[in-house]
Design a protein. Sequence first.
Length: 295
Amino acid sequence: MATTLRLSLPRLTTSLGLMFMAGAAALLLALPAHRNAPTFPLPQTAVVPPTTLLHRLDGEYSRAGRPVDAPRVAIEIRKPLEIMRYQVSAADYARCSAAGACKRLDTPASRGDLAVTGVSHADASDYARWLSQETGAVWRLPTDREWAQAAGSRFVDDARGLSGGETNPALRWLADYEREANRKAASNPAPRPVGSFGANEYGVYDIAGNVWEWTQTCLRRVSLNAAGRTIGETSNCGIYIVEGQHRAPMTFFIRNPKAGGCSVATPPDNLGFRLVRERSWRDRLPASLGRLLPA
């Protein structure tokens, strides 16, 4: 005599959830064991919560052929961001160089606790790759938008007040010169120990200090018509955005910004970086399983 098996929906959901958990556990057990913990201290990180940014978009904008400020728009960020509390230090970078995974600096730092400077975008990318291999986590440069999220109240909006209606370019050049001269007069370019410029509301240190930070955002050039609508956009991934006291586009192989490579404004004092840590699928698995199971 045939037997009919009837399961209620909640019981079926629970059964499927348990089966999924068992399968996931089996998969984790079948994977190779975790690598040995690295012999050096892991980077300290801060978790920046989701937020809505009133953000000046990256890129060089022009309207009807004349330079204008990029639009400032509200951007909703729905995911938290895990980012290094401190910029990568000279000692941190020296470990990568000693392992043969990073190019040696042209001018090594006098102290290991100084923020590493004199690094190109390629150097920063090499370090991220090495740190990912050493720790088993995924580390990468932040995007311009992520850097702004992490900067919080310390993000510098460096709009020049250009609407496209200026008829005398000399006035814009003079305004730029005065602004940059005031910045330089107020700054000391000598690299300092990490943490010297204090923390923002998220516990992220040295934002907008005297070390500019590489991002993975390529330079965009955007053309607007007289009504402000986009009519053309190009992207150049040989040039990346660096963030600090002001934005600057920088050629990827430049280590010393004073030697060239910055196409607008006064060059940054120093080039350094910090990294974002991406959550792996292993990190996300417990939360995902929890959502599958009934309360």
